[in-house]
Design a protein around this ligand. Structure first.
Ligand SMILES: *Cc1c(COP(=O)(O)O)cnc(C)c1O
Length: 361
């Protein structure tokens, strides 16, 4: 068996310890004589899995008691509609900041149901920065204010949150959930597709303040109404059981192997620093994001020459640094260095980049 260094933006690398545990428990989970994927979601064994996953998530993120944690399907993209349908019923207005493709898709979807105002955008420079926000331009009676916290494709992140006063802040944290501590109480809703930093695809986590539940539009499909899932412990219908089980193992890994989110942050900062320091000193490669808005999770870079980019991607792949090509909409390269990417993986990549530079400068 040989494992590669997988820099995929998602679905992405998972901790090797977790994969080994999953393999060991494949045929017989905890003496049940069956795999978790064969198990009733109404069984005591599965109830314990989902309860433990929720408690570990609550402990790690320090989620206050007045927030519900929902385990849903449909991917982050389904929330682009669910959020306006559940929240957009007071003024029917919301503010959006366009920091990339995901935020733009979310705003477009919301505009089908409510007045979805664009208060700022960084499209003018290919989303290579987080726009400065002026609270005077925000809609005073908005039902919510929407941001995409970490922009997976472009490699930017908010280091400061917008000042939205009483307007609930809603954030897509698909590609930065569990990468560092976050003050949940500053948000009305936090949500994430699991396949970047938490589990395989198929699970979407929604963390929602209780007072924001129960005001959905009449047209809201039962399955998109947060109330449905809050009232039924995420088991109105069959939840994504197996993915929840792997999420539980990843959460335990962060808790027990890593030692919590402060420690996770330290490791992530160390990895990002190795890569950014290399890029800042390279004569061949350069990062595409303004330094003050750089993501810890997704690091896009280019040589400035499309042919050389393609050559680098090819040679990197041959040397087991895989999925390092940039998103099809932007080109170049992107190294996604999520929680499960070990420090050695980033060190090895930087060493390889240095050798490539020496050969091609
Ligand atoms: C990947 C991603 C999405 C889309 O997730 P799906 O689960 O495929 O719908 C949305 N937002 C962000 C920030 C992402 O990284």
């Amino acid at each position: 068996m040989s494992r590669v260094y997988n820099f995929s933006a998602g679905p992405a690398v998972l901790p090797e310890e977790v994969l080994k545990e999953v393999a060991a428990e494949m045929l017989d989970y905890n003496g049940t004589g069956m795999s978790v994927m064969e198990m009733s979601h109404r069984s005591a064994a599965f109830q314990e899995i989902i309860d433990t996953a929720e408690q570990d998530l609550r402990d790690l993120l320090k989620i206050p008691a007045n927030y519900k944690v929902l385990f849903l399907q449909g991917g982050a993209s389904t929330q682009f509609a669910a959020i306006p349908m559940n929240l957009g019923t007071k003024s029917g207005k919301a503010d959006y900041v366009l920091t990339g493709q995901w935020a733009t898709k979310a705003q477009k979807e919301a505009a089908r149901y409510i007045e979805a105002n664009v208060v700022a955008s960084s499209k003018d420079k290919t989303f290579s920065y987080i726009p400065k926000l002026d609270p005077d331009t925000f809609t005073k009676d908005a039902d919510y204010f929407y941001i995409c916290m970490n922009n997976t494709i472009y490699g930017t992140v908010y280091h400061d949150l917008p000042e939205t006063g009483d307007v609930p802040l809603v954030a897509d944290i698909s590609s930065c959930i569990l990468s560092q501590p976050i003050d949940v109480s500053k948000f009305g809703i936090l949500y994430a597709g699991a396949q970047k930093n938490m589990a395989p695809a198929g699970l979407t986590i929604v963390i929602v303040r209780e007072d924001l539940i129960g005001h959905a539009m009449d047209i809201t499909p039962t399955m998109l109404n947060f109330q449905t899932h809050a009232d039924n412990g995420s088991m109105f219908n069959t939840p994504p059981c197996y993915t929840i089980y792997i999420a539980k193992l990843v959460l335990e890994w962060i808790k027990n192997e890593i030692g919590g989110l402060e420690k996770m942050k330290e490791i992530n900062e160390k990895k990002a620093a190795i890569l950014y320091n290399f890029l800042d000193n390279s004569k061949l490669f350069k990062g595409t994001v303004v330094p003050e808005d750089r993501s810890l999770m997704n690091v896009p870079f280019v040589t400035g020459n499309d042919e050389l980019d393609a050559k680098f991607v090819k040679e990197a792949t041959e040397n087991d640094f895989v999925n390092i090509k940039g998103h099809r909409s932007v080109g170049g390269m992107r190294a996604s260095i999520y929680n499960a990417m070990p420090v050695e993986g980033v060190e090895a990549l930087v060493k390889f980049m240095g050798e490539f530079e020496a050969r091609n400068a």
